[in-house]
Design a protein around this ligand. Structure first.
Ligand code: HEM
Length: 449
């Protein structure tokens, strides 16, 4: 069947309800099979991952990511995944908690009661600051260079161009020239930082140092090119998704005042105005459920896609080699079989017995199987700490008539951003004095700058 709609999410969801576990459509020369049952998704991601490659869109982004974890395949991917894994262990990730809350406080110190801001942009800057610092622990002018280049790469139009087929990237258009210049600048900066880390004898405690010191079973380490590819992948994969999770959470809190109130009660009780730490996470269970529920309704990665290597038998269907399979979080997370009253934002649904018994792939914001998101623990901790820090000081109100339309591009973005009015919970139009003081004494930020 053809897809001719400017609202693909609702069309896909409708088809899934009408046609059941599998539906097929053709987009030009692409054969696409949507798998809409948790068991089918498990077959692909967990039981037979070797019969699938990342889909064409991801493969097209290799010119930028090279052999980073997101785009790499086969034995080379496995080696890199093993080498990178220790950098993302829970204990290591906890050491970045202070960076996260310090940057949140720094941002809040510049927020004023009554202002309107595009919260998507604010969250993008915040999570980019966090990931740059966690990766490199670099001084501020480098952070600025990286930010400028990443912003250019991720701008809506150029972001799409990154995913064009190889030939299009050589077009001498002004936009493509800008993209090429941004990649060149980013490469220079990253190679420079790698060289400095190599020259230094001290462990600066960042992710790059961990990646550099990791050794393979045969004793070998990552080359500069491999480090560059991984680092750029973490920069990109590690900030937009978390920023979107927070953006959609702010939107949902605005629409659901009771949930917002419960969140405030928990934050006031557990933190009483101080910044959260990693050891508070266990006590911020409502905050955690808010984020889980937000990623159910608005999963930042709205679908995963794979290309079939050889004909694949799947519960009575034959999916031919070369076809694409799509597994959509958007569709699964709104399936009433698994989530009663699926459109309702209800963080407490995660406490019910039904939620404990969900099939593995009814809810999979971070994917699953061997290619599951390596940054999941980092992202959950970051989203919780940032939300807890921000929501203690501000509520955000969507401005009247702002259209909120989720667009399923590479990630699930709000089409017109998220314009919101800041309401200080202390209700003064001055920057919060505690935050200004906290941000000026932030130890984690000042140590490297
Ligand atoms: C809320 C935030 C995030 C979401 C929703 C998310 C989602 C995902 C998903 C769904 C995948 C699987 C893709 C596939 O199977 O095709 C993935 C992979 C990946 N993510 Fe995340 N991610 C998030 C945050 C992060 C962070 C913070 C980092 C790093 C700092 C990161 C790094 C990666 C990498 C490197 C991969 C590829 C892993 C591999 O194939 O070995 N992600 N992510």
């Amino acid at each position: 069947m053809p897809l001719a709609s400017d609202q693909p999410l609702s069309v896909f969801t409708k088809w899934a309800r009408e046609y059941g576990d599998v539906f097929y459509y053709r987009a030009a020369w692409l054969h696409v099979y949507f798998l809409n049952h948790p068991d089918l998704i498990e077959e692909v991601l967990v039981r037979n991952p070797r019969n699938f490659l990342k889909d064409r869109v991801v493969r097209n982004s290799r010119w930028f990511f090279g052999d980073g974890l997101l785009t790499n395949e086969g034995d080379s991917w496995l080696r890199q995944r093993k080498l990178s894994a220790p950098a993302f262990h829970r204990e290591r990730v906890s050491s970045y908690a202070q960076i996260m809350t310090d940057y949140a406080e720094q941002m809040l110190a510049g927020w004023h009661n009554g202002e309107t801001r595009d919260i998507q942009q604010e969250m993008m800057q915040l999570t980019l600051n966090v990931v740059v610092r966690a990766l490199f622990n670099v001084e501020s002018d480098r952070t600025q260079q990286i930010r400028t280049a990443m912003n250019l790469m991720m701008g809506n139009a150029t972001g799409v161009r990154m995913l064009l087929p190889p030939i299009a990237r050589y077009l001498p258009t002004p936009q493509m020239n800008r993209v090429r210049r941004a990649v060149k600048g980013l490469d220079e900066t990253v190679y420079n930082i790698i060289a400095q880390h190599r020259a230094s004898t001290r462990d600066s405690g960042d992710l790059l140092s961990m990646l550099m010191s990791a050794r393979d079973e045969d004793g070998s380490r990552m080359s500069d090119k491999q480090l560059r590819d991984e680092v750029l992948t973490f920069l990109l994969a590690g900030h937009e998704t978390t920023a979107l999770a927070l953006t959609w959470t702010w939107y949902l809190l605005d629409q659901n005042p009771k949930a917002e109130q419960r969140l405030h009660q928990e934050l006031d009780r557990v933190l009483a105005g101080r910044a959260p730490t990693a050891s508070d996470l266990a006590n911020l269970s409502y905050c955690d459920r808010v984020i889980r529920e937000s990623m159910r309704l608005y999963p930042p990665a709205w679908s995963l896609a794979r290309t079939v290597i050889s004909d694949f038998e799947l519960h009575g269907y034959t999916i031919p080699a070369g076809a694409n399979v799509v597994m959509s979080q958007w569709i699964m997370h709104r399936n009433p079989t698994y989530f009663p009253d699926p459109e309702k934002f209800n963080p407490d649904r995660w406490l019910t017995e039904g939620a404990q018994k969900l099939p593995r792939f009814a809810y999979f914001p971070f994917g699953g199987g061997p290619r599951q998101c390596i940054g999941a623990a980092f992202a959950m901790m970051e989203a919780t700490l940032l939300l807890a820090t921000m929501a203690q000081h501000f509520r955000l109100r969507l401005i009247a008539d702002h259209p909120v339309i989720p667009v399923p591009s590479f990630t699930l973005r709000p089409k017109y951003g998220m314009k919101m009015r800041l309401e200080s919970r202390g209700a003064t139009n001055q920057p919060n004095a505690d935050l200004v003081a906290a941000s000026s004494r932030n130890s984690a930020l000042s140590s490297a700058e």
